[in-house]
Structures are given as structure tokens and as C-alpha cells.
Design a binder for this molecule. Structure first.
Ligand code: C2E
Ligand code: MG
Ligand code: MG
Ligand code: MG
Length: 266
């Protein structure tokens, strides 16, 4: 109408896309603000030593509280990685996790996920040192989980940061193993103590012979390299038994325990 009478305007794909883009930018801004306001909550999921069925450590999993609702990381992390500040999130998670280690003696050891941004942020090591000192926590109570794709960008830089973290006494684990590229090169070069086999290979393990072959192969390689193995997405007893037969070290999944607030665990 603004263009006057007797004119026609054809809507094209771009008009719709820009609306979508606007909406996603808006969402990213909301998330960024929520992270800046520290509306973050940590849930914890136990990781079990398969042979003894005892809890070996706990993975910290972040949730975002927005208008009274809990938003899961799958919904906000991709947006933050594109438009926000993942490093800020990672730094807040580290501070919180170390606070929890001091507060809850039941939390013997925690695995913390790191994004590519958080991992390569030069503030990482100083922050870690500061918080460990502040709460009098041993660095060997922390395992950092980094995905293959996050460590892929620059192997030399990645190695250096892992060495610094190891010097402090932290452990290191390769997360979602098997879904990235050059898998075995990275396994060979990264000084990680453990390998977390991606849940997509585990979830249907009892029915899928291809997954079974792949998980066996990963375990064989990991054990040749003296690395422990972790299976995520263990959803039934049958899977757990298969993992025990293969010799996988640790298991994590809904069958064993769901992620929950620390108060629910102890
Ligand atoms: P991840 O590190 O691979 O974590 C495992 C995910 O699997 C978690 O999802 C967990 O809740 C879910 N899970 C656990 N057991 C089962 C199961 O039996 N079946 C199935 N289907 N899923 C299971 P969540 O909490 O939604 O986190 C998703 C991803 O977000 C994480 O994958 C991690 O990559 C990222 N993330 C979570 N917290 C943080 C964080 O504090 N910092 C960073 N940088 N990334 C995080
Ligand atoms: Mg993880
Ligand atoms: Mg994982
Ligand atoms: Mg995963």
C-alpha cells in the first residue's frame, strides 16, 4: 500500500529469510543477555565404572533459566556459538563447577565441557588457577571434555593448551568421539586420558551389528593408546552388559541416572 495504487510487489525468499534471520538474532541476543546475567544452572550426571558399578565422577551439564523455564543446551549453544559469547558461558560454568566441588563433598570429581571458544580463550588458565586457589580444590578433581571438532581447528595450539591444563593437574577427555574428522590422527596426537564414544554409536548397540563393530574397534585402539573409554547414552541393561563384555571402562546414560540438580544426587 505504501508504494501507491496499481502496483504489485512480489515477496521473494529474501523477505522471509530476513524475518527468520531477525528472529534468530533476537533469540541470540536474549540468550547472550541471559548468559551475561548469569541465569545458568548446572545439572550433574554420574558416570559409572562399569566393572564395579560405582560412580567414578559426574559430568556438569549447563541449563539456562529464562522466564522460569529451563532451556537445554541443544537449543541455545548453537545460537551462542554463532552470535553470542560461548567463552563467557564456559568461564561461568568453570567458576560454578569449582564452587560445587567445594560445597558438596559427594562430588568427588567433575567433567566440564569446553567449547572451541572457551578452550582457546587466554583467560581459561588464569581463571582456573584463581578458582582452584579460592576454593582450595585439587586440579585432579577436574576433567575437561572437548569435542573432536572443537580441537580440530589447530592441533598444535590445542596440544599446547592441553599440556598447560595437564601441568596444572587436570585430566582431559575427547567428547563425542567418532563423529568428527581425522579421528585416529587426533587420538594419536592429543594427550587425553579418555575417549567418550559418541552416543549415536551406543544408543542402539544391542540391535546394531555395525555399531557393535565400531565400538569394539574404538576400544581396541583406545586401549592400545592407554586411554580409558566412556560410553554415553546407555539406555538399557543389555547395552551395559555388552559394554562390559567389550571392556569399556565407564558408562553414562538415562538407564543409570539422569542429569539432575546436585541436591537430587546426595
Ligand atoms: P555431551 O557433552 O555429549 O553431553 C551428553 C548429553 O547427552 C547431555 O545432553 C545429556 O543430558 C545427554 N544424555 C545423557 N544420558 C543420555 C541417554 O541415555 N540418552 C540420551 N539420548 N541422551 C543422554 P545435554 O545436557 O542436553 O547437553 C548437550 C550438549 O551440550 C553436551 O553434549 C555438550 O556438548 C553441550 N554442553 C552441555 N553443557 C555444557 C557446558 O557447560 N559447556 C559447554 N561448552 N557445552 C556444554
Ligand atoms: Mg560432554
Ligand atoms: Mg558427549
Ligand atoms: Mg554427545
Amino acid at each position: 500500500k505504501k508504494m501507491g495504487r496499481n502496483t504489485a510487489h512480489l515477496y521473494n525468499q529474501n523477505d522471509i529469510l530476513s524475518k527468520e534471520l531477525q528472529a534468530s538474532l533476537e533469540w541470540a541476543r536474549t540468550l547472550h543477555q541471559a548468559v551475561a546475567d548469569d541465569n545458568l544452572i548446572l545439572h550433574f550426571q554420574p558416570i559409572y565404572h562399569i566393572a564395579t558399578r560405582e560412580i567414578a565422577y559426574y559430568e556438569a551439564l549447563v541449563r539456562l533459566e529464562l522466564d522460569g523455564k529451563l532451556i537445554m543446551p541443544g537449543e541455545f549453544i548453537p545460537a551462542l556459538e554463532r552470535e553470542g559469547d560461548m567463552s563467557l558461558l564456559d568461564r561461568q560454568v568453570i567458576s560454578k563447577a569449582i564452587y560445587y566441588l567445594a560445597e558438596h563433598s559427594g562430588l568427588n570429581k567433575i567433567a566440564i565441557n569446553l567449547s572451541a571458544q572457551g578452550f582457546s580463550d587466554e583467560r581459561l588458565i588464569p581463571l582456573l588457577q584463581e578458582k582452584l586457589q579460592q576454593y582450595q580444590i585439587d586440579a585432579n578433581r577436574i576433567i575437561f571434555e572437548l569435542t573432536e571438532s572443537a580441537s580440530l581447528t589447530n592441533i598444535a595450539a590445542t596440544q599446547k593448551i592441553i599440556e598447560q591444563l595437564s601441568e596444572l593437574g587436570c585430566e582431559f577427555s575427547i567428547d563425542d568421539f567418532g563423529t568428527g574428522f581425522s579421528t585416529f590422527t587426533y587420538l594419536k596426537q592429543l594427550p587425553a586420558q579418555s575417549v567418550k564414544i559418541d552416543g549415536s554409536f551406543i544408543v542402539d548397540l544391542a540391535n546394531n551389528s555395525v555399531d557393535l563393530a565400531l565400538v569394539k574397534a574404538i576400544c581396541e585402539v583406545a586401549s592400545a593408546l592407554n586411554k580409558r573409554t566412556v560410553a554415553e547414552f546407555v539406555e538399557n541393561e543389555e547395552t551395559l552388559n555388552i559394554l562390559a563384555d567389550i571392556g569399556v571402562t565407564y558408562a553414562q546414560g538415562y538407564h543409570l541416572c539422569k542429569p539432575q540438580p546436585v541436591e537430587g544426587l546426595f
